[in-house]
Design a protein around this ligand. Structure first.
Ligand code: ZN
Length: 240
């Protein structure tokens, strides 16, 4: 079984299509999504429809909750707030119904999915430090959790202590648990502008991350023409 996990698409059609084309050649059995399908990017409706076609499970991100009015926009910076209002106008009531149907967490025998943290999924906290990972590990009942939100890929590992790895390929030791941030498809922020995607093989305890380039100038052009903040176009080639 090969399971692909993607996150933080952010209305970036070119990035999502490139990742799906890549996965077509990777023999994956399932594709799962960790939320923030919409927000920031110029094609939220297209991405939402595509995700519903391709992904078996989707959990909600903070941008979905913001668009739905479930999250106080005071927590957002001005750019994110502007993008949230723009995204609301770009979606129909049918789209909203789909967003409302997404749970905050999804748990199977081999893994857990959540956008932010496992200790308080509805608050969308970041898991970036060993302490934050520790708080999520305390709630983790499966071998692996896949998370998104920070747009920075990293793997936290729990043995006697919480450790972390930025390796592209991680094989879990027997009994070892991991919290894997899969990075972002549509707006990477780790200095590498290419889309990030993870493939998990539970039978081999293997977690592998891949980077996929996409047509950034085309998305930048669409962002500028749509009236979204210019900064959202400028950051893409920087991977910031
Ligand atoms: Zn995000």
């Amino acid at each position: 079984m090969r399971i692909a996990i993607i996150s933080d698409i952010h209305g970036n059609r070119e990035a999502l299509q490139s990742v799906l084309d890549f996965l077509d050649h990777q023999n994956v059995d399932r594709i799962l999504c960790l939320g923030d399908v919409v927000g920031y990017g110029p094609e939220p409706a297209w991405c939402l429809t595509k995700i519903m076609e391709c992904c078996e499970v989707v959990v909600a991100g903070n941008h979905e909750h913001a668009v739905l009015g479930l999250l106080d926009l005071d927590y957002f910076n001005p750019v994110a707030r502007h993008a949230t209002h723009w995204t609301r106008n770009a979606l129909t009531e049918d789209h909203m119904k789909i967003l409302r149907s997404w749970p905050l967490t999804h748990i199977e025998d081999e893994f857990t999915l959540v956008h932010g943290s496992l200790d308080q999924p509805d608050l969308f906290d970041y898991v970036q430090t060993s302490w934050e990972a520790h708080l999520s590990f305390q709630q983790l009942k499966t071998p692996v959790a896949f998370i998104g939100h920070s747009h920075v890929p990293v793997t936290f590992l729990l043995s006697d202590v919480v450790d972390y790895s930025t390796e592209e390929r991680v094989v879990l030791q027997p009994g070892q648990q991991a919290i894997v941030n899969v990075g972002s498809v549509g707006q990477p922020r780790d200095g590498n502008p290419d889309s990030s995607v993870v493939i998990y093989e539970p039978d081999n305890a293997l977690i592998e991350r891949f980077r996929v380039p996409y047509d950034i100038p085309t998305v930048q052009d669409k962002i500028l023409k749509s009236g979204l903040p210019e900064f959202l176009a400028d950051r893409l080639p920087e991977g910031r």
